[in-house]
Structure formats: C-alpha cells, structure tokens
Design a protein around this ligand. Structure first.
Ligand code: ADP
Ligand code: MG
Length: 715
C-alpha cells in the first residue's frame, strides 16, 4: 500500500485508543497526519541571558543547575519543587508544581534549555513550570518547537513524536498539486518542502516560505472555485420579471433614495427585468450589494422583492439570526402591508401550528414574501414560484447557505447583501463570482460615533463612563475576543486566532479578555447595573433571548464576543467598548462601531488595547480618525495584508466559506501573493475550464473534495 495512505495504526505507538483520538481530529492516514499543522511555534532558538530576558512572557534561557531539588508538600496534596539555576549573567529560582519527579532530572551541574515565563515573587526572580530540554554541547537543539492543537486528549508532544517519525518519508512522497510552472513563476517551494518546514522549520525564512506556499494553495483553490462558478452561471434560464413602476413603494418612504441606492436598484432591475440588450434569455442574477452598516441596503432589498412580487413571483429573505429576521419582518411587513403584499416570518421559534399554515401559504403562493433564518433552508419548504432569493449575511463568503436555497430554484435570482466593505483591489477576486453593486455614500444626517483609543490605565474612568451612559438611559456593548479565559495549553482549536496572527507565541501580546469572566467581574463591580453575557457557544434560543432582552432595554450592558457583529439594531445603544482591540481587523472594528450611533443618542466607541507596537497603534489611529468603511478597508489592507479578509478573528462567527479553508491565507500579509494566486487561478480556468489536463488533476481532486464535503453546490 502507498505509504501516505497507510492507516495511522501502522505507526509505532499508535494503538486503538490513539487511533480513535486521531480519528476525532479527522486523521486516519499518514497523509492526514502531515496535514495537521502546528497552531503555533515556540521560538526556543532565541536564547536570552537572565539579565536580558523580558519578564512575564515565554522566553528561552540556557541555565545550569546550581542546587539539588527540594520538594515540599503544601495544601491540597500539592507539591512544590524548587532549585536554583544560573547563567553567566545571573541566577533564578526554578519552580515546578506537582512534578516531584524533576528531582531526578535536574542534577547539579547539568545544563538545560528552558522555555517559560520569568517573574518576580517577593523580589526573587523565578521561573515557574518551564518546559526544558537537556543541553548537550555539539548537539544543536531545534530553534522552533511546533505546538499542535490539543484535541481529543492528545498532547502536542505525542503528535510531535508521530510527526517526526513520518515527516521525512511522507514529505518526500507527497505529489505536488501545483503545476511546476506556476510554482516556479511564483518562486514557491515544493509541497514536500512546505509541509516539512511547516512542522519543523529550519529557520524563520524556511517557515515563512512554507507558510506562503500553503497560503498560495488555499487562495488558488478558492480562486479556482469562484472562477469556475462565474463561468457556469451564464445558463440563460433566469426568470424574466415584468417591467413595473417602483413608485408605490417609493411614495411610502419617508426619504428619497440616495444616488447609490438608486443605482443599486437600477442594477437589479436591469438584471431581472431587462437582461442584456438584444438577448432573448436572461441569466439568473448573482449580485452582491455591498454597503457599510446603515447605508440603507434594506430598502434596496425591499424594492427588489417588490419587482419579483409584481411579476407574480415570490421572494425569500434569509438572515443569520432570529432577531434580525424579526426586525426585517416588522419593517418589511409594515411597508408591504400597505400595498397588499403578504409577508411571512419563518424562524425556529415559530410554533408548529403556525409553521404548518405558513408552509401551506408558501406552497399555494398566498404568501408572497418570506423572511427567515436558516429555518428557511432546513424546513421542507416548497415555493409556488420562487423568483428571488436575498441573503443578508453581513459577512463575507457566506457561500454555503445561499447555495442551498438556490438549489431549490435554479432559475431564481439571487442578491447577497454584505456590510463588509472590501477594498476595490480585492473585490474582484473575492467576489469574482458575483456582480457587485456598491453603496458608498451614507444617507444624510448620520451621526459620527466619537472614537477613543485607551489602555488599561483608563479602566476606572471607563467603568465610570459605562455607568454614566447607563444613568443617562443609554446602553452599552462590550466586545471581548474570547469566550472563556483561554489557557494557551488547553486551546483545542486548530489554528486558533491567537496563533494565526502570532505564530511565534504570545510574546508581545496582552492577555485576552474573555466575555464570561469579564461580565462576571463587571457585575461584581456594578451590582446595580443589568449585565448579561452573550457568546457563540450558547444555544441559538438562548442567544436570541438575550439579544431580545437587550433590544427591549431589559439589559443595560451586553458583554459579548463578536456574535453581535451580525446586524443587530438597537438604536438606544450609545457605547461600544472593544477589549483587546489589537486582535480585531479594522473592518471588523468598523462593523462593531456601526452597532452604535443608530438612534438619536450621541454615541461613543472606545477601543481598549495595551499593545504598544507601532503597527498596533497605527491601526487604532486609523479607527480614531476615519469613519468611512471603504477607506478603512483600504488602510487595513495596506497595514495587514489581505489575510485579514479571510479571517474574522473569532471562533464565533467564522462562517463556512463554501468549504474553503483559509488557515494559511489568513496569515498572508502579502498582497502580491494573493493577486498572483488569483491570476494563476484565472489562467488555469481560461486554458482548461474543466480541469481535465493531467497537470491539473490534483487540483481538480482537491476542489472536488471541497465541493463534496460541502454538499452539492459551492455557489
Ligand atoms: P443597512 O445597510 O445596514 O442594512 P438599513 O437598511 O438598515 O442599513 O438602513 C439604516 C437606516 O437608514 C434605516 O433606518 C433606514 O430607514 C434609513 N435609510 C435608508 N435609506 C435612507 C435614505 N436614503 N435616506 C435616509 N434614511 C435612509
Ligand atoms: Mg442591514
């Protein structure tokens, strides 16, 4: 049997239990194993002298044991083992908890490379629970130690050992999916080199080359996916809507459309009613409407639905949360009600009886517009004549779900609304499968959200400010990057966001604030204020109940992860605080800021960060001085590279992107690499649209795997 396809059980040290643990990580074969990448690397090659080592962050030191290990028992059957160690610059007390066996490891005079945090305890320099390797002169230790995701009860060490056993042979056997010519044109290493160095990098350069190669592959595949879709959609079997006047709707609006809104509606009208001039058939519309939060996309959607309904077809509007569905429903139904158009709301909490009636009405055509969550796609929904599908996703790449609804009716038109401004240079590549309409100018009279950037020293003042806003009758959002206190060692997530932007560990980064702990602490400091916590691990019903309570002003402060990014509208909210602001993409911060300043209250956004690097400060400064989402997106691209656009920086709202994964693309800070991958994809599709050439066979297989993993469709 092919070595790569042999089961992991064939490896020494892998019995049925290990095999089951590995299987839980999706690893059955040796090939699967080498595709399990480290989530971070410890940079142990950077050895510091004690006098020169930074405190309170992981650092490597080379120390010689100076005294025998003394172990004492303390409460709760804990043992503490201590000894002294030194280098030429000073000495330190090394402390281990519950590791009495270390007395046999650390013999006086032996030298070890330690990796751990130094700190002072009562003026005494200590190194607590460090990792260690015996140091033998002439036998070099590796500079980088891979840290694997700890899942299914497997330790990083176990995976490390297995990986060492297979990596040489496996990486030499891996066939390269990238055509040689493309690889060379882009100065990329082979897949074998990339995989080997992604696990055991020789040095920083080989690591970065490898990560670039792996990122290129991801972006190329994604590029292939969207280029192929773009080709496939000229089917000419779209439903042609009849010409109609939009005046009845426009007359009901208390405002005039902005020019950008008008032009977006014109685009839609052209796509669905007029078609390409001179052509008898019409293609199903696949358009994305991109507009900053509050730019007025909803009314464009309403007009599009009106066009569909006027031609005797039905329209479906799909949104990510129940509360958003409910909000849209009340807006749309009050308007359409006046025009005699029947709108239904279909969400998880709709009662069974009600649901039955609604489903019947949709099937008979009685219901002309349906608004709902993914309940729309999971239910046994049959439309009489579905003509238009709109998804309000607020997120990029929500490719997955819209596909399912589209399957129900291939000739229906599709409109996607996104509140993520994408830089012009990226739009074509990221949304290459979709036609784009943009709303750039905001409706008149929008208030600016005053934005401040502060550090931890403002904590007390910030608390006072929260209290003041609440006393004034306003409400406050506090966004934290983590759900619960994340212990680096316990993080079970493959490529956790922490690791992505800090592949060398957390050295320069302030610790993470977590929603659960933060809300408890805040409640303890402010017992009189109604505080709730919201995060993505809660059940949907629970989440909706809390959002509902907040929007009905039964809560004053909502401490949450970025789940609230998803379009909730609470005009009374006047303060947005983002903790660890350095962890978020600028566009994401901009989205979060857009949650306040929606009513008549003067509103504020406070970005809290203790990160003092030049780049971090520059980014936050952009937020303080810029309010235009597109400008922010452009600056984000310039400062961080395109990778950020693949990353939502949050466990919560990482939406599936049609099965495409961006583990490495997220790390990419190189716009040229990104464009190169996309242009390579376009080149491949142009010359070999079915990917039938032998040099494209492996790419085709990977693409097929993604599509199959994702169900029937990626569009
Ligand atoms: P989003 O693009 O974030 O979905 P909405 O469609 O919810 O934005 O619009 C935000 C607010 O702006 C709504 O209250 C809407 O009534 C209002 N609005 C939309 N278009 C205009 C306009 N042309 N002039 C004034 N207000 C508008
Ligand atoms: Mg909206």
């Amino acid at each position: 049997m092919n070595y790569l396809e042999s089961p992991v059980e064939s490896l020494k040290g892998v019995g049925p239990t290990r095999a089951r643990q590995l299987e839980r990580l999706g690893i059955k074969t040796i090939r699967d194993l080498v595709y399990l990448f480290p989530r971070a690397y410890e940079k142990r090659g950077d050895v510091r002298s004690l006098s020169n080592a930074p405190l309170d962050m992981p650092v490597a030191t080379l120390l010689t044991v100076a005294s025998t290990v003394k172990s004492v028992r303390i409460k709760n059957r804990m043992t503490v083992s201590k000894f002294r160690a030194f280098d030429e610059s000073g000495s330190v007390e090394v402390v281990f908890f519950n590791a009495p066996y270390v007395k046999d490891v650390f013999t006086v005079g032996a030298t070890f490379r330690f990796y751990g945090r130094l700190s002072y305890s009562k003026k005494l320099l200590q190194l607590t629970n460090p990792k260690y390797e015996p140091y033998i002169e002439l036998k070099p230790l590796p500079d980088f130690i891979p840290i694997y995701p700890l899942t299914g009860g497997l330790s990083s060490k176990v995976i490390d050992t297995l990986m060492k056993a297979v990596i040489d042979e496996a990486s030499s056997l891996l066939p390269d999916p990238l055509p040689e010519q493309i690889r060379l044109e882009n100065s990329l290493p082979t897949i074998g080199y990339a995989i080997r160095n992604a696990h055991f990098p020789q040095d920083e350069e080989s690591l970065s080359k490898s990560l670039s190669r792996l990122a290129f592959d991801e972006m190329l595949l994604f590029g292939l996916g969207i280029s192929l879709q773009a080709r496939n959609r000229n089917s000419g079997d779209g439903i042609r809507f009849s010409p109609c006047s939009l005046k009845p709707v426009l007359d009901l609006l208390p405002y005039d459309l902005t020019d950008d809104q008008k032009s977006a509606v014109n685009d839609i009208y052209r796509d669905t009613v007029l078609g390409k001039s001179g052509e008898p058939n019409i293609n199903p519309m696949t358009r994305i409407l991109v507009g900053d939060v509050g730019s007025g996309k909803t009314v464009c959607a309403i007009l599009a639905m009106y066009i569909a309904v006027c031609s005797g077809h039905q329209a479906a509007l799909m949104v990510p949360t129940e509360i958003l569905a409910t909000q849209h429903y009340s807006e749309v139904s009050s308007l359409f009600g006046k025009l005699g158009i029947k709108v239904e709301l279909l969400i998880g909490s709709t009662t069974a009886k009600e649901k039955k009636r609604i489903l019947a009405d949709i099937e008979s055509g009685e219901a002309q517009v349906v608004i709902g969550t993914h309940a729309l796609i999971t239910g046994k929904l049959e439309f009489k004549s579905l003509g238009l599908i709109i998804t309000d996703e607020q997120h990029r790449f929500g490719v997955n779900q819209r596909g399912v609804l589209k399957e129900k009716c291939k000739s229906a038109h599709m409109l996607v609304m996104s509140a993520t401004p994408i830089p012009r240079t990226l739009a074509l590549t990221l949304y290459g499968d979709l036609d784009i309409s943009r709303i750039v100018t905001m409706p008149k009279g929008r208030m600016r959200v005053d934005t401040y950037t502060v550090d931890e020293s403002y904590r007390k003042r910030l608390d006072d400010f929260i209290r003041k806003q609440v006393l004034l009758g306003g409400q406050c959002y506090i966004v934290c990057p983590a759900i619960e206190v994340a212990d680096d060692e316990k993080d079970g997530d493959v490529f956790s966001p922490t690791a992505i932007s800090a592949p060398f560990g957390d050295n320069t980064r302030p610790p993470l604030k977590s929603a659960v702990e933060y809300s408890a602490e805040l409640q303890a400091r402010m017992p009189d204020i109604r505080i709730a916590c919201l995060h993505g691990k809660m059940k949907p019903g629970e989440k909706d109940a809390i959002m509902q309570a907040f929007s009905q002003k039964e809560l004053d402060v909502l401490v949450s992860t970025t789940v609230i990014e998803v379009g909730i509208n609470v005009p009374n909210a006047s303060l947005m605080i983002v903790e660890n602001a350095e962890r978020f993409g600028l566009s994401q911060l901009h989205q979060l800021r857009g949650r306040v300043g929606r009513g008549s209250r003067r509103s504020y956004c406070v970005l809290v960060s203790d990160m003092k690097t030049e780049q971090a400060m520059a980014r936050l400064e952009v937020m303080r001085t810029t309010y235009d989402g597109y400008e922010i997106a452009e600056k984000d691209l310039a400062l961080r590279g395109p990778g950020d656009f693949f990353s939502t920086n949050s466990h919560d709202n990482f939406r599936q992107s049609g099965g495409f994964e961006f583990k490495f693309a997220k790390l990419c800070d190189n716009s040229e690499l990104f464009s190169a991958a996309f242009s390579a994809a376009r080149g491949i599709v142009a010359s070999d649209p079915e990917l039938t050439r032998p040099e494209h066979a492996l790419l085709k297989k990977e693409l097929d795997d993604i599509i199959n993993r994702n169900g029937s469709s990626i569009s």
